[in-house]
Design a binder for this molecule. Structure first.
Ligand code: G3P
Ligand code: CA
Length: 257
């Protein structure tokens, strides 16, 4: 089948903007999220951490160093200190003045308009972040939203078990990094006890794995597609979602060599 056909299909994978349209704009900013929506994202993926004074903010690393004008661990900085940092210039001076968004700002702007894939990044640094996130989502009626409008994911399985226990109405996903041994059927069955998604690094994906995950009643999103060839191959493989920095590789796929 031509790829363009797959892209338009109803049961095609969900297209997920990884940290927004982060191949073209500074990751995890409102600008990157707006552009991801404009490029055809069905879902926005982003990472959540917590400031010293308990504000949930959207940033990938536990430190602000790589993506902002500041320095230090987020857990040691107050939101007053965080909100003035420049989160755009590191990517390109054109984007000077972009800020680290709060989770509230992202929920205000996108909840109910585009699906949200919320990653708890290093939750072990932030005691009780699961309860904090659950409260925030509950306040906003996340349990009334349709299936898969919000998904919470993490590499940290304890954290996902905890979130699921506190707020089972919002599905959780377990992220798995690349590893030579792959993912065993036993491990998949264990994760399915509490998770609705098993989301592997793209290098772990094959048809047998997808079948096993589906066989345990879960869905599966692959991350992170950064080249056209992988995008084309994954579109045909039966994933439920694909996270990419370059949404145009999914929405306007070219021929595969
Ligand atoms: O969607 C999964 C992916 O975001 C996990 O890796 O490092 O980009 O947060 P990372
Ligand atoms: Ca992430």
């Amino acid at each position: 089948l031509p790829l363009a056909f797959l892209t338009g299909k109803k049961d095609r994978p969900i297209f997920i903007g990884h940290r927004g349209a982060s191949g073209y704009y500074p990751e995890n900013t409102i600008l990157a999220f707006d552009k991801a929506v404009a490029l055809g994202a069905d879902m926005l993926e982003f990472d959540v951490q917590q400031t010293k004074d308990g504000t949930l903010i959207v940033i990938h690393d536990p430190k602000v160093n790589r993506t902002t004008s500041g320095k230090g661990y987020i857990k040691n900085l107050t939101y007053e200190e965080i909100k003035v940092l420049d989160a755009g210039s590191w990517f390109d001076p054109r984007f000077k003045g972009e800020r680290i968004p709060t989770l509230d700002a992202v929920l205000d702007r996108y909840l109910g308009k585009v699906r949200l894939l919320i990653e708890l990044k290093k939750p072990s640094l932030y005691p009780d972040i699961e309860r904090h996130l659950a409260e925030k989502l509950r306040e906003r009626g996340a349990d009334q939203l349709g299936d898969g409008q919000i998904i919470v994911q993490s590499f940290d399985r304890r954290s996902m078990q905890e979130f699921h226990r506190i707020f089972p109405a919002v599905p959780v996903g377990v992220l798995i990094k690349n590893r030579p041994a792959g993912i065993s059927p036993r491990e998949i069955r264990g994760i399915a006890q509490y998770a609705s998604y098993l989301n592997p690094k793209v290098t772990l994906v094959n048809k047998r794995l997808i079948k096993r995950i589906h066989g345990c009643g879960m869905k599966t999103f692959a991350w992170t597609v950064r080249d056209k060839k992988t995008a084309g191959a994954l579109l045909k493989m039966g994933m439920d979602g694909i996270a990419t920095d370059y949404l145009d590789y999914l929405t306007k796929p070219g021929p595969i060599e």
